[in-house]
Design a protein around this ligand. Structure first.
Ligand code: NAP
Length: 247
């Protein structure tokens, strides 16, 4: 179903994992897609090729989203390429696990700089370029904002921040026709998900009523729905896509 034809989407952190699946899902629905990545140009180009093979347009743009100047350049390059922007998916994120004693400034800064500051600055740029057509912002949060596990206080706090930023900006930007929602994935099979130790992964699987870990495409389908006209009356929502996980 090609219901995003004529739209341009930018997905942060789209070279791998959930972001890559989101970029492909939006491309499959006809959107032109900017595939942002931090380091892995080869992986980003593979996603671009996959989208082009479905007949849509895509381009890879490198930018460290935790750096405000690079965020500005990313949006300028996207507009130069496609002339407009309609959908921003704030997906790039990082997760580090640490006990209270292990937390230091770097642990806090790396996660807040990307998961919160980067998301805010990307949203600021998107809202400036959406123009009169309005637009869609879809933030990738996590179920940990509602059910934070041990040794993840800082990561969970960043996702709690994402949830409240989503709700605040949904109200602020509604008069401009900009809809802001978040998807909260449960435990999902990606490089980040695979970084969790085996006993914790097994625990999360055992707490998931649907009995399996998520695949990136499970998350991507929900994002594609929120980006579509069918979701035109949905804003300010934080929606779990998690197999029903309760940690
Ligand atoms: P991932 O497998 O670690 O992939 C991370 C992606 O983000 C890569 O494309 C990476 O690019 C990019 N990236 C990393 N740092 C960046 C930066 N500073 N600027 C721009 N891009 C950057 O992660 P994932 O599991 O797909 O997670 C995606 C999102 O879902 C995150 O927000 C995460 O918190 C959230 N989430 C994940 C899970 C899970 O179980 N996996 C569960 C809940 C929520 P390079 O390839 O260039 O390094």
């Amino acid at each position: 179903m090609s219901n995003l034809v004529g739209k341009v989407a930018l997905v942060t952190g789209a070279s791998r994992g959930i972001g890559a699946a989101i970029a492909e899902a939006l491309g499959n629905k006809g959107a032109k897609v900017v595939v942002n990545y931090a380091n892995n140009a080869e992986a980003a180009e593979k996603i671009v090729s996959a989208i082009r093979n479905t007949g849509s347009e895509a381009t890879a743009i490198q930018a460290d989203v935790s750096d405000r100047e690079q965020v500005k350049k990313l949006f300028a390059a996207a507009i130069k390429e496609y002339g407009q922007l309609d959908i921003l998916v704030n997906n790039a994120g990082t997760a580090e696990f640490a006990s209270l004693d292990e937390i230091d400034e770097g642990h806090i800064d790396r996660q807040f700089n990307l998961n919160v500051r980067g998301l805010l600055f990307a949203t600021q740029e998107a809202a400036r370029v959406f123009g009169e057509r309005g637009g869609r912002i879809i933030n990738i949060s996590s179920v940990v904002s509602q059910t934070p596990p041990p040794n993840a206080s800082v990561y969970s706090a960043t996702k709690g921040a994402v949830d409240v930023i989503t709700q605040s900006l949904a109200h602020e930007l509604a008069p401009r026709g900009i809809l802001v929602n978040a998807i909260s994935p449960g435990f999902t099979a990606t490089d980040m998900g695979n970084g969790v130790d085996t006993s914790q992964a097994e625990y999360m699987r055992s707490r998931t009523p649907l009995g399996r870990v998520g695949q990136p495409v499970d998350i991507a389908r929900a994002v594609a729905f929120l980006a579509s006209d069918d979701a035109g009356w949905i804003t300010s929502e934080v929606i779990a896509v998690s197999g029903g996980i309760r940690l």
